[in-house]
Design a protein around this ligand. Structure first.
Ligand SMILES: [Zn+2]
Length: 299
């Protein structure tokens, strides 16, 4: 299978300049290493009607091209179910009946970070299991054999993070992100994952799951996020942050693309002409603060 990189947005709304900057980076990483570049719509959870079409339009407008058909996670339920069945058959899962509140209120294991599942349902006896099954639907959790796992990231080096008995399928039947992302990347031949560094902490879980499924870990590059002027993660409420907003202010998509490239220390111009100047080792390692197009050059 041809190796590939990818961009995988959730179709919850229009992309903002932070999302677009990550897409440009993912494209540059993939194309500069002669990989294909795939687009996957992560619509298991949050999808707003029309958002996918807007996102594809905006990516194309700044020159982010992709290969083949766009893949949608909602069309891949049987694939996820087959992998969960395989893990179940191998004894690597268990049913969990905990509510969110019960997990929050449970005493966590010593030294475990907040939010780590304490393993409440890991060893229910048959009578308890039967009773709980009659009370509410179960989520499916991984029976993890490690407490932490180390991944290697192009920008962060070796990164060790927590692995708990994380959810594979929620109790509403929806496949969990950590399972879907691993299955999709493997099935699509994706061997390079470039995404925002807010996802670095969940990467050891995904890489550990991949190892259980005999999937080689991809090359990871977790890139800095774009922040607003208060130092918080950029969001729609931060003013003119989408291509549509910025066009209304008189800035065409090419100008926004050039601003994003400038923030990466790269020359302006079509992305294909920037490839030779792209060097992952020279990328800024700090978040970029978005102050609007009018502040161009003043970062
Ligand atoms: Zn539980």
């Amino acid at each position: 299978m041809t190796s590939a990189g990818r961009f995988a947005p959730s179709p919850s709304g229009e992309l903002h300049v932070g999302n677009l900057r990550t897409a440009v980076l993912a494209w540059l990483f993939a194309r500069s290493s002669e990989r294909n570049f795939l687009l996957r719509v992560e619509d298991l959870d949050r999808a707003r009607s029309g958002a996918e079409a807007e996102q594809l339009r905006d990516l194309a407008a700044i020159g982010v091209t992709w290969d083949g058909e766009v893949v949608r996670q909602t069309a891949r339920g049987p694939l996820y179910a087959a992998v969960i069945s395989r893990l179940q058959a191998a004894g690597l899962t268990y049913e969990c009946f905990c509510t969110r509140r019960e997990i929050q209120e449970a005493p966590s294991a010593p030294h475990a970070p907040q939010g780590t599942y304490p393993g409440t349902c890991r060893n229910l006896d048959p009578a308890e299991l039967e009773f709980k099954r009659s009370t509410r639907p179960a989520a499916v959790r991984l029976r993890a054999g490690v407490r932490e796992y180390t991944v290697h990231d192009v920008l962060h080096g070796a990164y060790t993070g927590t692995v708990d008995d994380f959810v594979l399928r929620r109790n509403d039947g929806v496949t969990a992100y950590n399972l879907a992302v691993v299955v999709d990347d493997a099935e699509q031949g994706i061997d390079q994952v470039v995404r925002g560094d807010d996802l670095l902490a969940s990467t050891p879980r995904q890489a550990y799951l991949a190892s259980l499924l005999d999937i080689p870990a991809p090359e990871y590059a977790h890139v800095p996020l774009v922040l607003n002027s208060d130092g918080l993660r950029l969001a729609k409420r931060d003013g003119a942050v989408t291509l549509g907003d910025l066009a209304a202010e008189g800035f065409p998509p090419q100008a926004v693309r050039d601003r994003l490239l400038e923030s990466l220390g790269l020359p302006a111009g079509p992305l294909s002409q920037v490839l030779t100047a792209f060097d992952p080792a020279a990328l800024p390692r700090k978040p970029w603060v978005w102050r609007g197009m009018a502040a161009a050059g003043a970062s």
